[in-house]
Every structure is written in C-alpha cells, then in structure tokens.
Design a protein around this ligand. Structure first.
Ligand SMILES: Nc1ncnc2c1ncn2[C@@H]1O[C@H](COP(=O)(O)OP(=O)(O)OP(=O)(O)O)[C@@H](O)[C@H]1O
Ligand SMILES: [Mg+2]
Length: 297
C-alpha cells in the first residue's frame, strides 16, 4: 500500500518519512537515523526522547533545515524541506522556525530586551514594533523586571527564557528545542517548561522539544521515543502508548508493555468488538482454532 503524501499533507503540518542520515568520519560511517517516520499536527507540542547518541539532535537539525538527510522526506505544509537550495533553506529557517539550544545563544554584550529585538531588527522590522513585541514576549515569560539585565546578570533559567523569546521574536510557526533544560536544576526546569507550554497554548506555536529527561518530555501532548536512529514507540497523553503498524503489518510492542502483559516470543491475535486482543500463546491446548498466531521480536 503506497501512501498519498500529498493528501496526508492536508492533515498534518509536518510529515517525516523514511528519514536516514549517515555521517562519514574518515573511512567510518555512522548511521545516525535509520528510517524515521512520524507526523506532527499544527499547534502540537511534541517531545522527542532517547538516550545519548540515538539521533535526536540529528533529527532536529533536519527538521530545521540546518543539515540535509542522506535519504527520506520531510514535508512542511506539503513542501519538501530536504530538497531546498541554500537560499530557500535559509528563508525557511528565518520565516518558519525558531531554535533554542542547551546553551542559550544570547549576545553577551546586550541586555535581555536588546537580545530579543535583534532578530527582528535583522529581519527589517520597524523598531517601535520590535520593541513592543520584545516587551510583550519578555512579559509573557515573566521577565518584565529583568529586561535591562545582560546574560551574565541573569540566572540559567532566566537566560533560557530570554532565549525562548529570541526564538519567538519573528513569530515562527515552529519552535525547535534541543535539550534546553539540560543545564538547569529541576525547579528552574519546571519554570522553563511551563513557559514553553504557555507559549504553545497561547500562540499556537508548534513545538518539538528534544530531551533525555522523561519528566521534561511529559510536558508535551505526545512523546516520541527514539533509539539507535529509529522510532521505538510513542505515548499520547489522551490515548496512552501508541505503536505503529508498518506496510508489512509489523508492529513494535515496547518491551515494558510486553513484560507487563506477559507476552513472550509468540502471541495470539483475536479481533474483538473493542479492537485487537494480543495475548500470550497458551500452549496447553485451550486455544480455539479461530486465533491467529504471530511472533514478536
Ligand atoms: N557531524 C557528525 N559527524 C559524525 N558523526 C556524527 C555527527 N553528528 C552526530 N554524529 C553521530 O550520530 C549519532 C547521533 O548523534 P546525535 O547528536 O543526533 O545524538 P543525540 O541523540 O542528540 O545525543 P545526545 O543526547 O548526546 O545529544 C551519534 O553516534 C553521533 O556520534
Ligand atoms: Mg543531542
């Protein structure tokens, strides 16, 4: 069954299909992404979680058109991001995307207000308007009393909130965050993540935030788990654990779920009025003939 991506783009803001990235380090090749598939709704808050080296930052760079994949597709509003030339990828980044990194990308010599005004100035926005928007953003993130402070006069959490304002300055539709709370204590992490959630709700900004911290991941509507360059599973706050069924009908059941349900290597599938029931294969001979047997791996 081949997918109609054009039709699917009417439903989703972002579609990622079969995304692969191979880095070459001298003679050695590192496969950072092995075929990633997912979709993002407009206005969704998505977390991507995974261990170090699993490909999170690589994936984020592709989404932000900071690097090109080796193979695969990213569609944004139905347009390919992966085949843009340098000028168009620069325009995509400037017009659509805001980035926040682990270590704030603030200009040390400028105070908070001027840091937030800077990207608007570079984009040619009128100064009065830029000033008002910077004030609005800083107020929204609880930094009203800190606007005249320079980065070295602000706490780590305040710096990261200013960095979020900088990322939001030109009103991007998509905010990409890479381990933005990586250097913060748990109290400050909570403040920053609450602020990000407010932004997502208040402005409808689509947020994709990468982290290795499960507590941070849970601020999102949905969590994608990535391991060894592949999506391992996902969790939705409304639906619980979600897994994908590929074109061949294969499905990954996360190990934790398998263990909880007592599923071994072979399982029995039974269609019920509520959906599909997957139970451990009972070898005592009580299983009816109508059941389908399948293997898990
Ligand atoms: N520029 C590069 N050149 C070569 N290999 C790279 C490059 N960038 C990343 N890699 C490799 O690709 C793999 C994925 O790296 P990536 O930075 O995406 O992981 P990550 O999930 O963000 O890890 P972390 O949580 O430590 O930031 C790793 O094995 C890494 O060493
Ligand atoms: Mg990383």
């Amino acid at each position: 069954m081949s997918e109609n991506l054009e039709e699917l783009s009417e439903e989703y803001k972002i579609i990622v299909r079969d995304l692969m990235k191979v880095y070459k380090r001298g003679q050695k090749e590192v496969i950072a992404l092995r075929g990633i598939d997912f979709e993002v709704n407009a206005g969704e808050f998505l977390s991507i979680i995974g261990p170090s080296g699993s490909g999170k930052s690589t994936l984020l760079k592709m989404l932000g058109a900071l690097d090109r994949p080796t193979a695969g597709v990213i569609l944004y509003d139905g347009h390919s991001v992966t085949t843009l030339d340098d000028r168009r990828s620069m325009l995509y980044r400037r017009q659509k995307v805001g980035f926040v990194w682990q270590i704030g990308n603030l200009v040390p010599g400028l105070n908070a207000l001027k840091n937030v005004i800077l990207p608007m100035k570079l984009a040619g926005a009128p100064s009065r308007q830029s000033n008002d928007r910077a004030m609005m953003l800083l107020e929204q993130l609880g930094l009203g009393p800190r606007i005249n402070h320079k980065p070295n006069q602000l706490s780590g959490g305040e710096n990261q909130r200013v960095a979020i304002c900088v990322a939001l300055a030109n009103n991007p539709e998509l905010l990409l965050g890479d381990e933005i709370t990586g250097e913060l204590d748990s109290e400050t992490t909570e403040i920053v993540m609450e602020a990000l959630k407010d932004i997502n709700k208040e402005f409808g900004t689509t947020v994709i935030n990468v982290t290795h911290n499960p507590k941070v991941a849970e601020y999102a509507d949905r969590v994608l788990r990535i391991r060894d360059g592949l999506i391992e599973g996902q969790k939705h706050i409304l639906y619980g654990d979600i897994t994908e069924i590929d074109a061949k009908g294969r499905m990954v059941i996360p190990e934790t779920v398998r263990r909880l349900a007592g599923l071994g290597k072979r399982v029995v599938l039974r269609a019920t009025s509520d959906g599909l029931l997957i139970s451990p294969l009972d070898t005592s001979g009580k299983n009816g003939n109508n059941n389908n047997e399948t293997e898990t791996n």
